[in-house]
Design a protein around this ligand. Sequence first.
Ligand code: ADP
Length: 491
Amino acid sequence: MSTPSGKLAVCLLASEAAPLSKTGGLADVAGALTKYLHADGHDARLFTPLYSSIDPAALAARPVAGLSGVPLALGAHRYLFSVLEAPLPGSGAPVYLIDCPALYARASLYTIEPDEHLRFIAFTRAALIACRELRFGAQIVHCNDWHTAFAPLFLRTEYGREEPLAAARAVLTIHNIGYQGIFPAADVADLGLAAGDLHLLHQEDLKAGRINALRHGILYADALTTVSPTYAREICTAEYGMGLEDDLRARAAALTGILNGVDYDEWDPRRDRFLPVHYDPQHLGGKAELKRQFLARAQLRTAPEVPLAGIVSRLAAQKGIELMFDALPKVLEARPLALAALGSGEAKYERFFAELAHSFPGRVMFEAGYDEAQSHWIEAASDLFLMPSRYEPCGLNQMYSLRYGTIPVVRRTGGLADSVQRYDAASGSGTGVVFNDFDAPALEWALNTALDLYAQPLQRARLIANGMSQDFSWQRRTGEYLEIYRRLSGG
Ligand code: ADP
């Protein structure tokens, strides 16, 4: 079904897409995948909500003819939506913004309001209606996370029954199985399904009084992906599957793990726009200079040769912050070490870092909040980077750390396990320090191991050189998605 040139028509549905809107890795994947598919000559079109934080004028967005004030009825709810088209900044790929102020003009991208499920059911349907009106014969509809996970079911029950989407195959990418889009079964009419199609809903959930959006994506997508090979295996287990493990195991043959890529235009110490000095593996003096400047700015009064550990993270239980409660004070008391932490989230974690900074004045810096420039500084200036996650679908900072010559100290889970190899001092192979058990002694061991390696100039140099030579670029990952698209479309 692919065009004679072997190029594919791909419709990407994403509740957030960088650089337009972002709360996490999903935005990066949606933006980057669209950009690289477009650059490779595919007809990739991205659909995303027009949140009030997006300025259509700044994007030079134009209304799409025939898609203005389109009525959409979902149960008792009536909406009117319009579609604007704009080039994806930094790419030129077409982006279709679904404009429906009643649903997307809110203070944040996501809410805990009772119509949250409606916001994204409406978005998914509006995007598929737009494909129909645009006569966009997508061979692949690629949906992401719970927000657009009903697309495969909607294709099966409605939009796929006629042109132009009759041949469309659906791919669902799970970025984080912790968010499933569960809403009351009493709201079943909000899905807008015909009475004859209701049997396709997960009947046990319905009986239990709930509807789980992500579960329906898992049941009906033609292919499933998640953002690392290890996470793909993990989510099939009760420990990590968050109740969806049985459905995933049943579809294991359709599930592939594809590690997220890194945008090296943004994250490379050779050209990082946030840094005044640049460096590469042959010129690490630049990193030392950045560390000196950072220590002064952050009012850390340790000598330049004292190792600096960095943390940049959402402060949530997933990130394993509680392991630091015990491990960090112990290691800070026992050894020369400085720490720079940046993050925002749960109050108890913010309090922990604030108290740590108070207990170790001049050695621990904590900045509460989201600060892009500071995150680049911490990656560049630090010697070690801590990610003791309980679970981590992919994780980006460990890959940034490798490129910045900053030794990652990670727990062996999800994408961390796939992107950081345990350093073996005897053979000189490996790129970081990796620990298995989710407990404070394991993190303490890992930190001490990293400090021991750091203290040996030859081992340290080898470890850093190994890390800096790694390549996690998006160009490679796009090929892995294309392989799945081609398999499904017969192209
Ligand atoms: P998750 O999506 O679970 O938060 P990822 O590692 O996939 O974790 O992506 C997190 C991204 O957000 C990284 O690019 C990281 O640098 C960035 N980030 C997280 N917290 C902050 C912060 N407080 N300030 C700046 N950037 C942050």
